[in-house]
Design a protein around this ligand. Structure first.
Ligand code: BTN
Length: 325
């Protein structure tokens, strides 16, 4: 941890109690002037301190910024999120994460941005996220996988997000195959998984997650507003992003360890327990065309099995799914 991170940890751990400049300087091994400079810098960024002569400082509130230090404080994951690259604005966290992966960044590296100028969605679409409101993040993993197992990781990520939303906010979220997370039928989160592989093995996977946290309905662009929602809209109040990011990272790590140790079956069960697609009549749209049928389930590679009207089962690898009423 750098000095700023250590200072914030100290102030957060002190809670309601004051901690003197002298004690902070002694515990962190830097001068009192250095402590004061960091506190002023933090004030500029929106941290609010109470300072009392002879007693010292206490932290009254932190801004809702998704910086590396805020995420790391209190994060209960041992690999995911141990290396965090935060940007106030960037083209796409996916591109930056690819760059870092190529340069040898370790598993668990997280790239997070407050705003993306060129956010990428699935099937070549654009992903919108206004500044200061949402979560746009990409996680690097380096799994020992066959190529055809990779879609399982995308499903795993959807389980992590849906379970975190349910646990933190008691909102009834659900997964639409393969990995859109919906609340009351509207999309709250999209996941884009990108792969770098050789013919016979996977080098790395990047799980890109875009979560609408505090967007208000009128802030979604036309055409998106009708099909999108946010956690704040559903909850009726703004929520802090950092606890949600920490929750998702912890859940992702837990599920990933389960997957590595026990395979896809337990993850698949949790996916199915949260999926709204299965057992429903669906319209599948792919670049090759459209088909209708009954979504019967997913197989062990994460492929959607659709029973067509002629009775045959078609495997669907990538598509847009419309659930029929
Ligand atoms: C979808 O189309 O549903 C997937 C959207 C994925 C968006 C996220 S935001 C973080 C990461 N960076 C990107 O450019 N895209 C993904």
């Amino acid at each position: 941890m750098n000095i700023r991170e250590q200072l914030l940890t100290l102030l957060k751990e002190s809670g309601e109690s004051f901690i003197s400049g002298e004690e902070m300087s002694r515990r962190l091994g830097v001068s009192r002037t250095a402590i004061w400079k960091h506190i002023e810098e933090l004030r500029q960024e929106g941290y609010i301190f109470e300072a009392v002569r002879r007693s010292g400082y206490r932290l009254l509130s932190s801004p809702d910024i998704t910086s590396a230090e805020e995420i790391k404080l209190g994060l209960q994951a041992s690999v995911f999120g141990q290396h965090i690259h935060y940007y106030s604005t960037i083209d796409s966290t996916q591109n930056k994460c690819q760059e870092l992966a190529k340069a040898g960044a370790p598993e668990g590296t997280l790239v997070i941005a407050d705003e993306q100028a060129g956010g990428k969605g699935r099937l070549g679409r654009v992903w919108h996220a206004p500044a200061g409101k949402n979560i746009s993040m990409s996680l690097l993993i380096r799994p020992q996988l066959e190529l055809d197992q990779c879609p399982q990781i995308t499903l795993l990520a959807a389980v992590a997000i849906v379970e975190t939303i349910k646990e933190l906010y008691s909102i009834n979220a659900a997964i639409k195959w393969p990995n859109d997370v919906l609340i009351h039928g509207k999309k709250v989160c999209g996941i884009l998984t990108e792969l770098n592989a050789e013919a016979d093995h996977v080098n790395w996977l990047i799980i890109g997650m875009g979560i609408n946290v505090n967007t208000e309905q009128h802030e979604f662009p036309p055409g998106v507003s009708e099909i999108a929602t946010s956690i704040a809209i559903q909850k009726g109040e703004k929520v802090r992003r950092v606890p949600f990011i920490q929750g998702v990272l912890q859940k992702l790590e837990e599920l990933y360890q389960l997957y590595v140790n026990e395979g896809f079956t337990p993850v698949r069960k949790r996916w199915e327990a949260n999926a709204i697609t299965i057992g429903k009549r669906v319209i599948i749209r792919t670049l090759q065309g459209q088909l209708e049928g009954l979504a019967e389930g997913i197989d062990d590679t994460g492929v959607l099995l659709v029973r067509k009207n002629d009775g045959t089962v078609q495997k669907v690898y990538s598509a847009d799914v419309e659930i029929q009423a």
